[in-house]
Design a protein around this ligand. Sequence first.
Ligand code: AHR
Length: 511
Amino acid sequence: MLTCHVTLDPAFIIAPVERRLFGSFIEHMGRCVYGGVFEPNHPESDPDGLRRDVVDLTKELGITVVRYPGGNFVSGYRWEDGVGPAAERPVRLDLAWRSIETNAFGLAEFMTWCERANVEPMMAINLGTRGIQEACDLVEYANHPGGTYWSDLRAEHGHPKPYAIKLWCLGNEMDGSWQIGHKDAGAYGTLATECAKAMRLVDPTIRLVLCGSSSAAMPTFGSWETTALDYAFDYVDYISLHSYFEPIGDDVASYLASAHGMDSFIDGVIATADHIAAKKHSPRKLQLSFDEWNVWYTQRFAGRNNAEWESAPRLIEDEYTVRDAVVVGNLLMTLLRHADRIGIACLAQLVNVIAPIRAEPDEPAWRQTTFYPFALTARYAQGDVLRLEIDTPRYETKQYGGVPLTDVVATRDAHSGAVAIFAVNRSQTESTLLQVAFGGLSGVHVVEHITYGGDHPAATNNQSQPMLAVPQASEVENRNPEDCTVTLPPESWNLIRLSTASTNFGRGGGI
Ligand code: AHR
């Protein structure tokens, strides 16, 4: 059996757990909006056509912030099409996904949905086919109190109170040639900067996200960030990262180390942002917005080039395995470990489209495997992320070279004393004995060990058997006053919960 040791010390803190790390994404794509969050004819829908079962699962998942309306979709979107009386809204071609867009769902419906799901909205503006004026008009419509054309129109549409949307993305994946209105880094940096300045004139309280690279594999990765930030650094609050992971051929070993790839990507963006800060003599540590991340089997998606035009076609409804869930759980651990620099993260997407929640007409919504590690992390990662030294064997991967066999992240809430340890065993064949030394913690009690994985990595949940693969309660090998040991099965994601004496160690707050 493999072994791994970690020591918890409540004084070693990376940063508080940022609740916005538990974000997601709703795009007008496939059946994410229509047939996902919005389906007026579904028996579970409320009078606004919003599916209550999807809202309930969104809450159970622990989602805090939701990015909208795209994605590639936003780069051809006219936001005005989605406001006002639904019967008067135009039907349009959505060129990004070769779909028919009815505009039955728009800003007002999204904001109502956010309220029901208790999540914060994060709006993306179109910097593909549109620009500064349309972006300012949207901020005025959404956030200005009243007495102007756009804010009065909002009131006329039934919303006198401003929506007060704080988070705004300056376009989507503008580095990608597939993007409608794609630009080079200089053109994008200039436009995003001018847009940011003008949007802030409308509402100085907004927070802005600059588009970074749409993946670390882009040939322009690094130079795109350098150029765009050279223009926009002083005018934005975040730079975005997007990354999707999937197994390449039968290289499971590399796939299980996807979080290692995410980690390098994050380090690269931080290095670039800090380089620009140094160049500009700025002390600012720019925050990152990892606003699209997930497992996505892109190789199974043929694209939409010659497809029939239809409304809400079934697009990339990947069915996830337990192995995928282990990878997703590990990716979320990486985001947590970078809580000092990542201010927002969005699991892409929320419903049906590469999503943890699946919804079918006339049927109750159900949870994919990837739902579980996300929901458990969002629920139990509280307080501060602890800095750990992990003593673990390593293994060789084709994609990333040598990587740790075991990954561990821990959080501790100084007020309640609750500790959550998230651990992944990347070995496909061997269990790992994880020894957790309690270090500076006192009054420790092991509450539970939950395991996801071990047997049947290819198992999935589905419409007829939605609870086939669920996390299991597991043994705690040894419980001592100074440490405990648990077994991490091969290819597993684990949560070990401890209760400890509550302190405000390191926070200057006393007991
Ligand atoms: O989430 C699916 C797509 O992936 C988004 O529209 C785009 O931003 C990314 O390439």
